[in-house]
Write a protein that binds this ligand. Structure first.
Ligand SMILES: Cc1cc2nc3c(=O)[nH]c(=O)nc-3n(C[C@H](O)[C@H](O)[C@H](O)COP(=O)(O)OP(=O)(O)OC[C@H]3O[C@@H](n4cnc5c(N)ncnc54)[C@H](O)[C@@H]3O)c2cc1C
Length: 434
């Protein structure tokens, strides 16, 4: 029988147990990527996951007939991005969302001209290139920005750009670092959105792993030879533990470490920020908006319901829009009823498209701020964050307790690819100890 060379290698590589055991805490992409890499190196791997399914912030809700990604939606920059390959392997279909396919409206449904919108966007990028030179360790982005450009505070269009281009990606502007607001690297190439659900990747990575669901870890004791992990009242032991819970979970002290974590790690947990973003999917029985990818609106409200993704583009005939709330406004939406949320979103859409816009048939929404498995959406560089804090978050303790997750990846924090790379990094660290 002929086997293609790649296939031959894959078949021949038999996994030899190396005698060491690892418990991975959390079955998000960081934990799953690490678990799978460690399994292939012969470690006995067990994954303990608090929720009823794998994926963490890769979470797709299909209850309305299309995949609504409650967490990550996009592969940010497909070129050289490890998630591009993973998506292909996992069978995750994607659609290129074009940033230039856009309509922008002010109050009363007055359209912004392409020139006004484009010039403001260019001016923002120019400002971002230079603002950090006026920043200071104890000053927020907001303070430095409005000191420099006081007139922009009164512009709804400027507030829209700050909200959707900065707060969405980072955090509250009055808490965002004026020095490190654009820290991190980016991949080039297109932005692609998941069509059949980002959790496809999690399911793919999970398929050969021993995963125990509904297991909430509450204590990690690492002073003895073996690490002891308490979950749902039981104790499991392993040579190593890999902690991949979100930064929000660490900030909330949801896991007790015995002995306490080193001071520099505790400082890093406090200093790096955790943003909140919530997503809302609304479905109608007919489409009343134009055939563009993005609809922008510049309301008085600061950080909510100002940006709409036209879901019809990648789910033709779905008559669906996805919108967002960020930072404080995101946390505040969590106290609102569905009816209140719908009323506010409808007020924005009716201002643009007229009073005949009907109420949606259905809505799905997230509440990441209060979610005990995350306590927020993703990490960002808050005032007081230094890049070394990401390395402190990643550092192993006593070569027994290892850490992965998007918040531990200095170059690509806050992303799916950052989380994935952090899992691979920690698997390599443990393998190097053999
Ligand atoms: C609203 C939103 C939009 C986003 N959009 C994008 C995007 O478009 N593109 C992009 O690249 N990134 C995006 N991200 C970020 C991306 O989703 C994350 O960076 C990435 O999925 C994090 O993976 P992780 O493995 O580090 O953490 P997680 O996926 O959060 O995994 C951690 C796991 O630990 C589990 N856990 C928590 N506490 C315990 C405990 N005590 N015991 C056991 N298990 C526990 C959790 O349930 C979870 O499964 C978005 C995130 C959100 C929330």
């Amino acid at each position: 029988m002929y086997l293609a060379p790649g296939l031959l290698t894959a078949c021949e590589k038999e996994i030899r147990p190396n005698g060491r055991s690892v418990i991975v805490v959390g079955a998000g992409i960081a934990g799953l990527a690490a678990g799978e890499a460690l399994r292939k190196e012969g470690f006995a791997v067990t994954v303990l996951e608090a929720q009823e399914k794998v994926g963490g912030r890769l979470r797709s809700n299909r209850s309305l007939g299309i995949a609504f990604d409650e967490g990550a939606s996009w592969i940010h920059g497909v070129k050289g991005n490890p998630v591009t390959k993973l998506a292909r392997q996992a069978g995750m279909d994607t659609y290129e969302t074009r940033d230039d396919s856009i309509k922008a409206y002010d109050l009363g449904g007055t359209a912004y001209s392409d020139a006004v919108f484009g010039n403001t966007e260019d001016a923002l990028y120019e400002t971002l290139r230079t603002l950090s030179s006026r920043g200071a360790a104890n000053k927020s982005f907001e303070e430095v920005f409005f000191q420099q450009y006081p007139e922009r505070a009164d512009s709804r269009l400027w507030r829209f750009f700050l909200s959707t281009y900065i707060t969405f990606d980072t955090g509250d502007l009055d808490q965002l670092s004026s020095l490190l607001y654009d820290a991190g690297e980016e991949y080039g190439g297109a932005e692609k959105i998941a069509v059949n659900g980002y959790d496809t990747i999690a399911d793919h990575l999970a398929k050969n792993l021993d995963i125990r669901l509904n297991q909430r870890v509450t204590r990690i004791e690492y002073s003895a030879d073996k690490v002891q992990i308490t979950h749902n009242g039981s104790i499991s032991e392993a040579d190593f533990v890999l902690v991949t819970v979100p930064l929000g979970v660490l900030k909330n002290n949801a896991i007790e470490f015995v002995p306490a974590l080193p001071a520099n790690k505790q400082t890093a947990i406090q200093k790096v920020g955790m943003n909140c973003v919530n997503k809302f999917l609304l479905i109608w029985n007919a489409t009343f908006w134009e055939d563009v990818q993005y609809i922008c609106y510049t309301p008085e409200a600061k950080d909510k319901f100002n940006y709409f993704v036209n879901v019809n583009k990648f789910h033709p005939g779905s008559h669906a829009l996805m919108t967002f709330a960020y930072a404080d406004d995101a946390r505040q939406t969590e106290t609102m009823t569905d009816a209140q949320v719908i009323e506010q979103i409808l007020a924005h859409l009716r201002d643009v498209y007229g009073s005949s816009v009907p109420a949606p048939q259905n809505m799905l929404r997230t509440k990441w701020g209060g979610n005990p498995n995350a306590f927020g959406a993703y990490s960002y560089t808050a005032v007081g964050t230094e890049m070394r804090h990401f390395d402190d978050l990643a550092a192993a303790v006593n070569n027994k307790v290892f850490f992965a997750g998007e918040h531990t990846e200095a170059d690509y924090f806050s992303t799916v690819h950052g989380a994935y790379l952090s899992g691979i990094r920690e698997a390599e660290k443990m393998t190097a100890l053999l």
